[in-house]
Design a binder for this molecule. Structure first.
Ligand code: PCA
Length: 200
C-alpha cells in the first residue's frame, strides 16, 4: 500500500506548523507500506491543487492530511468534511475565504473512509492523548479535507482519505496556559494511527 501524508506550512503568524514538522519525521515505510510526504501551502484551493497533482503522480491508496488545531490537547482524527468555508484570518496568499460553499455541486458533507475510532484507540495505546473530532472547522484544513473527498467521488473512487488535527508544539505556547504536545509524541501518535488505518 502507498500512503500520501501531507502537512501544512506555517500560517497565521506562527513560525512553525507542527503538521509539516511531524509529517517530515514520519518513517518512510510503516509495516512495508510506503509513506510519501508532502508539504502543502495553507492557501484555499491551491492546497487542493498541490495534493491533486501528487495523487495523479503517485497514485496512493490512501491520503491523510495533517493540520494544526491550536488549542486542542489531543491528536484528533476528523469524522466529516463539510461543504462550507469561512474565516477572518487571511490564508498564506493574504486573502480570506469567500464565505459559502466550497463546491456548488458537492454534497453537504463527506464522511472519512478512515477507521477513526480504531485510530483513536491505537494512539491511546501508545500513551498519547487522542479523541475523535466532529468538526475540522471552516478554514483551510476543512477545505482541503473536503476537496480530497470531492476528488475521490469524482476521480479517484478507490481512494481512502481522511484528516488528522494535531495540537500546538510546546514552543508555540509561550505562557504555557494553552495545551501543547511534543514533536516526538505527535510522530509516535500519527505513526500508530496510520498503522491502524493500513490494517483496517
Ligand atoms: N491548520 C489550519 C489550516 C492549516 C493548518 O495547519 C486549519 O485548521 O484550518
Amino acid at each position: 500500500m502507498k500512503i500520501l501524508v501531507t502537512g501544512f506550512d506555517p500560517f497565521g503568524g506562527e513560525k512553525v506548523n507542527p503538521a509539516i514538522e511531524a509529517v517530515k519525521k514520519l518513517p518512510d515505510a510503516i509495516d512495508g507500506n510506503e509513506i510519501i510526504k508532502l508539504e502543502v501551502p495553507t492557501i484555499f484551493y491551491q492546497s487542493a491543487q498541490v495534493v491533486k497533482a501528487k495523487i495523479e503522480q503517485e497514485k496512493p491508496d490512501m491520503v491523510i492530511n495533517v493540520g494544526q488545531a491550536g488549542g486542542r490537547s489531543a491528536i484528533t482524527p476528523e469524522r466529516i468534511a463539510i461543504n462550507f468555508q469561512a474565516g477572518s484570518t487571511p490564508d498564506n496568499s493574504g486573502k480570506g475565504p469567500k464565505e459559502g460553499k466550497i463546491e456548488t455541486d458537492g454534497a453537504d458533507g463527506y464522511f472519512t473512509q478512515l477507521p477513526i475510532k480504531q485510530m483513536v484507540t491505537a494512539i491511546r495505546q501508545v500513551g498519547i492523548p487522542a479523541m475523535v473530532s466532529n468538526s475540522a472547522g471552516t478554514y483551510v484544513c476543512n477545505h482541503l479535507f473536503y476537496e480530497v473527498q470531492y476528488m475521490r467521488v469524482h476521480e479517484f473512487p478507490d481512494l481512502k482519505a481522511g484528516f488528522i488535527h494535531i495540537p500546538f508544539l510546546p514552543n508555540q505556547v509561550k505562557n504555557g496556559r494553552r495545551p501543547s504536545m511534543s514533536l516526538n509524541d505527535m510522530v509516535t501518535g500519527l505513526t500508530a494511527a496510520i498503522k491502524e488505518a493500513i490494517h483496517d
